[in-house]
Design a protein around this ligand. Structure first.
Ligand SMILES: [Zn+2]
Length: 251
């Protein structure tokens, strides 16, 4: 039994959603948390959460929309989260200075509004942070009661330590399987209880399928790698990962 704590599942990426769900089951994936971070995706992913028992949701507004997000969008987000019991987190939300640095203020504002919402609704957060570690940590420190996952963590051991001290877990995925990945050394050094697994599919496909479209069904490849790095039996590791996931998300 494995839970994919972060994936994207829409018709934009997959022609046949039924088939994806079936393949996941065959691969031993018992639950998936679908991340919808564009208001235009909410309706579609809610329909999947209703149709498939294994689908849970993480709903938010991605920093890439910081400059065009309206008050109405934020109200819509709140209403969606409140009215769907399968929403288990607010996310992915955060800062992304990789694509644009010109709207840092707007990104921070959108990020904070959603952190307030998570606080108000007592939900964990899924954090997207790209080329923005210092600001991400500074802002999260203003919300000490929140917990959640640093999605697709790829930072240093020092950065990992800061997040862990703040009570966050690290989302680890396909990058762990890449040759020359520095993530292996960091993962080797951090306690297992602070790790949850994710694919971020359709992106970041693990080896040996790197370059192909990712799917939750490839999560066992990440598990294999983690089991090798941590020198722990896979069955035992899966139990720990389920506990870690349930420690963050109510599911
Ligand atoms: Zn994502």
């Amino acid at each position: 039994m494995l839970i994919d704590t972060h994936c994207h599942l829409t018709k934009e990426y997959y022609d046949d959603i039924d088939k994806v769900i079936l393949e996941n089951k065959k691969a031993g994936i018992s639950k998936i948390i679908v991340s919808a971070c564009d208001v235009n995706e909410y309706e579609e992913v809610i329909s999947y959460a209703k149709k498939y028992e294994c689908v849970y949701l993480s709903i938010g507004i991605h920093p890439e929309f910081a400059s065009k997000t309206t008050k109405k969008d934020l109200l819509y987000l709140e209403q969606v989260v409140k009215s769907n019991s399968k929403v288990v987190a607010i996310g992915e939300i955060g800062l992304d200075y990789h694509y644009t640095k010109d709207n840092k203020k707007e990104q921070e504002e959108l990020f904070k509004k959603q952190l307030f919402l998570a606080e108000k609704l007592n939900l964990p957060v899924v954090i997207h942070s790209r080329d923005a570690v210092i600001d991400t940590i500074r802002i999260l420190q203003e919300f000490p009661s929140l917990k959640g996952v640093i999605h697709c963590f790829s930072g240093s051991k020092e950065t990992a330590d800061i997040y862990l001290k703040m009570g966050y877990k690290l989302g680890i995925g396909g990058v762990l399987t890449f040759k020359n990945s520095k993530l292996k050394d960091v993962v080797e050094q951090i306690p297992l209880k602070n790790i949850v697994l994710e694919t971020d599919s359709p992106y970041l496909t693990p080896d040996p399928y790197r370059g192909k479209k990712n799917s939750s069904k490839y999560l066992p490849l990440v598990l294999d790698k983690l089991s090798e790095i941590k020198k722990i039996d896979k069955e035992q590791l899966m139990k720990i990962l389920i506990d870690n996931t349930k420690d963050v998300f109510r599911m």
